[in-house]
Design a protein around this ligand. Structure first.
Ligand SMILES: [Zn+2]
Length: 257
């Protein structure tokens, strides 16, 4: 991932409020399309211009050709707020994050965790993130729903990792159960992505608990009940189960590995 600075200059008298609103709208549009990563953006005002640092999945992420209709509209609205089009400055490569995949994968998986800022759509060949703007818009011109699902998954993950509140169990249930809202939304998104990209797309179902390793090895697909989904070798050292008809991958319980 790459760090860029965007600079917005005023070309006529404006108010800080109007300028901030227009800038934040553009940043939200980029975020909803997977063009910038992370949730919070510190916009700084100094010497008549606004500056913001952004984390991009690729060096070309905010090129116009990747914009959603909302992104293009937000650029036009900068003019109404008396701001020039932003100027980009390359700051450097982010040392803590993964590169994006450039090859078309043979399969893909919706997979995230609370420490991952990158796209939750990963290549099944190498687990590298696939920038969301590289696939057709999933709903209403961008990928808002995928970003929202990722935020919810991460919030549940953070609660269950902290293991300090009663919310831990409710959060964990959202992550492990095929009857949860989180599963239903993510699994539907997975189907939409597969339909749009024509690439088999799986949902990663988190797994903890279970009685014993022996029982874990024989557990059935929680959606269709098949016991045929256990793999001889785990995929990507991570997924020990794969149900091709349900499009689910899962791990041997983290408690028994
Ligand atoms: Zn199944």
């Amino acid at each position: 991932m790459f760090v860029y600075e965007l600079r917005f200059e005023c070309f006529a008298d404006t108010t800080i409020t109007a300028a901030e609103k227009a800038i934040n709208n553009l940043l939200e549009a980029y975020r909803a399309n997977g063009q910038v990563l992370g949730r919070e953006f510190a916009v700084a005002f100094n010497d008549g211009e606004f500056k913001v640092r952004l984390l991009l999945p690729e060096q070309t992420s905010i090129h116009k050709r990747h914009n959603s209709p909302w992104g293009n509209k937000a650029l036009e609205q900068l003019t109404e707020a008396k701001l020039l089009a932003p100027r980009e400055k390359y700051i450097g490569q982010d040392i803590n994050s993964e590169a994006s995949t450039i090859e078309t994968p043979s399969w893909q998986v919706l997979y995230t965790s609370f420490v991952h800022m990158c796209s939750p759509l990963r290549s099944g060949d190498n687990l590298l993130p696939i920038p969301l703007y590289q696939i057709p818009a999933t709903f209403n011109g961008d990928h808002k729903r995928i970003i929202k699902w990722q935020s919810e998954w991460q919030a549940c993950d953070e609660l269950q990792m902290a293991a300090a509140t009663k919310a831990e169990y409710a959060a964990l249930n959202e992550m492990v159960s095929v009857d949860s809202d989180l599963f239903r939304r993510g699994w539907d998104l997975r189907g939409r992505i597969e339909y749009l990209t024509h690439i088999p797309t799986y949902y990663y179902l988190y797994r903890v608990g279970g009685e014993s390793l022996a029982q874990e090895m024989n557990r059935a697909c929680p959606k269709c009940g098949s016991t045929e989904w256990k793999l001889d070798e785990p995929l990507l050292d991570l997924f020990h189960f794969q149900c091709q008809s349900c499009r689910i991958v899962s791990n041997i319980s983290w408690d028994h590995q």
